[in-house]
Design a protein around this ligand. Structure first.
Ligand code: SAH
Ligand code: DHB
Ligand code: MG
Length: 234
């Protein structure tokens, strides 16, 4: 990747974040706390945070599910957009991240609307299905990409008709579309998992989806946006 292009994308990122007010004290504190804790995983960029916030508001989502909490940065963007009785359930495998997220969520005054559930998401999602959890209006998938396909299957069981699903990091510098592509920053099997995820998004009649490429300071990536079909033709 040309450094020049990356520098330009970063400049535009900063311009957008500054002019649209995508940074504030609370969110900055979350990012600072992550840095201090030496966390190597990435939170979503600010433009995607606002995008998720807008999706919650536009869709009027009252029940939001997140897979992959980390320090709670994306959680806070979405939880802020909930109506007073709204709830967000976020799933995290690593108890240390879950604890940090709880602290950050408390710092943002959102403890009453957010539940951080510790465990591997395949297990915790299955538990939600088994106990007949009320359907979710929106889900954000952002954990180990190798399991995205399995997450989608479980999320479909947990979603109301018309629900929104967003998945982060579905382009990975273009590697997803390159049969010889590699992405050392992804968990092993991540690319194959992403490809199975795309195949299901394309083939499964229960869902209608697109994927949008993005460029920012981390390079070339993208997110998928899907809607759970409600039986109407459109
Ligand atoms: N959504 C966050 C970033 C998540 S990073 C944000 O944008 O702010 C990915 C997270 O998924 C990490 O915290 C990692 O511990 C978690 N994770 C990885 N594998 C998981 C699994 N099997 N189940 C649940 N969480 C998992
Ligand atoms: C990376 C970024 C992410 O948002 C993520 O969920 C996983 C990996 C990365 O840039 O390496
Ligand atoms: Mg991500």
């Amino acid at each position: 990747m040309a450094d020049e292009a990356r520098a330009l994308w970063s400049t535009v990122d900063r311009y957008v974040a500054e002019t649209l007010g995508l940074r504030d004290k609370q969110l900055q504190e979350v990012l600072d706390a992550s840095e201090q804790a030496g966390i190597r995983h990435g939170s979503i960029p600010p433009y995607l945070g606002r995008f998720l916030e807008l999706l919650v508001r536009i869709g009027g989502a009252e029940r939001v599910l997140e897979i992959g909490t980390l320090s709670g940065y994306s959680t806070i963007w979405m939880a802020r957009a909930l109506p007073p009785d709204g709830r967000l359930v976020t799933l995290e495998a690593d108890p240390r991240y879950a604890e940090l997220a709880r602290q950050n969520i408390a710092g943002a005054g959102l403890t009453d609307s957010v539940e951080v559930v510790v465990g591997r998401a395949l297990d915790t999602l299955s538990a939600l299905v088994e106990r007949g959890a009320a359907p979710f209006d929106m889900t954000f998938i952002d954990a180990d990409k190798k399991n995205n396909d399995a997450y989608l299957e479980l999320v479909l069981k947990l979603s109301r008709p018309g629900a929104t699903i967003v998945a982060d990091n579905v382009v990975r510098g273009g590697a997803v579309a390159d049969p010889h592509g590699e992405d050392p920053r992804l968990d092993s099997g991540g690319l194959d998992g992403l490809r199975r995820f795309y195949k299901r998004l394309g083939d499964d009649p229960r869902v209608s989806a697109t994927a949008i490429q993005t460029v920012d300071h981390k390079g070339h990536d993208g997110f998928a946006l899907a809607r759970v079909n409600d039986g109407r033709s459109y």
